[in-house]
Design a protein around this ligand. Structure first.
Ligand SMILES: [Zn+2]
Length: 194
């Protein structure tokens, strides 16, 4: 009886997540519920209430990461940052992107050709605008980070267009480890923003 009831509750929660705009992690408490073909991620999801997040974040960080807002172009603090280091999730400190993958997309948002670890971000369809976009979320806390587009530089051809407000930059201690940043071969093309 208890099992059946909890299963019904889980199904209802999943259904609410599927219908609403909030994207739930694909891993439930009792195991994977989505893509079974991939090995389980080592990332353990964390959950907090809005009240808990508001205690940890600035209003802008909360709006972007927990309400999927988009900061204006050229307004964030990292779009022109060229220092070597790592970009972590502002909510849960998970490493998301390296400065080595950052490039100047001329969009006014921090842009990366790949995440530091594919398991550290999750992608989800975003149907809020036409054409549909692909949303990028933190794999651990489901923070909204930005969107990914298919007009990035080689070798990935991807452009992770990320809000500065979703990131916390940690400068590399060894500044001599700076690597030249790849420049976009198609920088003259007009790119869509967030
Ligand atoms: Zn996170």
């Amino acid at each position: 009886m208890c099992f059946r009831r909890s299963a019904a509750v889980l199904a209802a929660v999943w259904l609410m997540g599927a219908i609403g705009s909030d994207v739930r992690p694909a891993v439930a408490a009792d195991g994977p519920v989505a893509d079974d073909s991939k090995p389980a991620s080592k990332i353990v999801p964390i959950y907090k209430t809005d009240a808990e997040w508001k205690k940890l974040l600035t209003p802008k960080q909360f709006d972007v990461t927990r309400r999927k807002a988009t900061e204006g172009p050229h307004t964030g603090k990292y779009w022109h940052n060229k220092r070597p280091g790592t970009y972590r999730c502002v909510c849960c400190n998970l490493e998301l992107f390296s400065s080595e993958a950052k490039f100047d997309s001329h969009t006014g948002w921090p842009s990366f050709c790949a995440p530091s670890d594919g398991d550290h971000v999750k992608l989800a369809p975003d149907l809020s605008e036409v054409p549909a976009r692909t949303e990028v979320l933190c794999a651990r806390c489901a923070a909204h980070l930005g969107h990914v587009f298919g007009d990035g530089p080689r070798p990935t051809g991807l452009r992770y267009c990320i809000n500065s407000a979703a990131l916390d930059f940690q400068e590399a201690k060894d500044k001599t480890a700076a690597h030249p940043q790849p420049s976009s071969p198609r920088s003259s093309e007009r790119r869509t923003g967030q």
